[in-house]
Design a protein around this ligand. Structure first.
Ligand code: SF4
Ligand code: SF4
Ligand code: SF4
Length: 249
């Protein structure tokens, strides 16, 4: 079997996930390059390709004008992978969905400029069919490698659907709450290996929620154990998960 053709695309994002990709230099990624051929990647090359086996899409769908480009990518790709929180769930971009005056707050008198026109920040799956999602802000490069490796071997990638607390306990990490801190690992989707809490930093749920998270309990714990006000607990609990909350419209 020849090398799998892969292409990378970006939409509304900080492009941090692409940077994370181009930062690859470890043995696992160099080995992967023996099995794939990158045929389109604006960040690193100028060539274009008519079709590919896997399309990686970064960034949110936040402008109707992007739908046509997304549909074109879908037509050319056998498999579409949304990578990074922006593409997988809307990520931090989705915070604006809850802030009607966000443009004025950010751009002041320039808020009416036509190039700032956009609508709600949504995951790529709101515009086209997405086959797999790589969560995280930025996405976890080893998870991306695992997914590609599974696909190349004809296996179905498995994305964790249990909380970061599980990984935290496996690593015998001291709970942030026992160190007078806060944390959202109780409802955050695992898969990162509890990288933050293991380093003494709270989990901010950058990988989004597990399916059916107990949001009410999360807010209660942030208030009762970390001393947050209701408003701070509410805003903290939607930082990366605005589109996943039950009040997302
Ligand atoms: S997921 Fe985070 S790092 Fe990746 S593009 Fe979005 S904001 Fe940037
Ligand atoms: S530090 Fe966070 S992720 Fe780890 S056990 Fe405590 S609440 Fe869970
Ligand atoms: S520990 Fe939480 S914030 Fe850190 S990478 Fe994992 S999911 Fe994201």
């Amino acid at each position: 079997m020849g090398k799998a053709k892969v292409a990378f695309f970006d939409f509304t994002s900080c492009e941090g996930c692409q940077i994370e990709l181009t930062n690859y230099g470890d043995a696992a990624f160099l080995e992967l390059l023996n099995h794939i051929e990158i045929v389109e990647f604006r960040e690193a090359m100028s060539e274009r390709a008519p079709s590919f086996d896997i399309a990686f899409i970064e960034g949110s769908f936040t402008r109707e004008a992007d739908r046509e480009r997304l549909e074109d990518i879908r037509k050319r790709a056998a498999v579409v992978i949304a990578y990074g929180a922006c593409a997988a769930t809307g990520g931090v971009n989705a915070l604006k969905n809850h802030q009607p005056d966000y443009k004025e707050a950010v751009y002041g008198k320039d808020a009416g400029q036509p190039h700032l026109d956009s609508s709600k920040a949504l995951p790529i799956s709101a515009a086209i069919k997405v086959d797999y999602k790589v969560y995280g802000c930025p996405m976890d490069k080893y998870e991306l490698l695992r997914i590609v490796s599974h696909l190349l071997h004809g296996k179905t990638p498995v994305i964790p659907n249990y909380p970061v607390c599980v990984e935290c306990k496996r690593r015998e990490v001291v709970c942030r709450y026992d160190d007078n801190d806060h944390c959202m690992g109780q409802v955050a989707r695992a898969g990162c290996g509890a990288i933050c809490t293991a380093d003494g930093i709270p989990c901010e749920a950058c990988r989004g929620f597990v399916d059916h998270p107990n949001e009410e309990a999360l807010v209660k714990v942030l208030k009762e154990r970390a001393g947050f006000t209701d408003s701070r607990a509410q805003s903290k609990s939607r930082m990366f998960t605005a589109n996943l909350r039950s009040d997302a419209k």
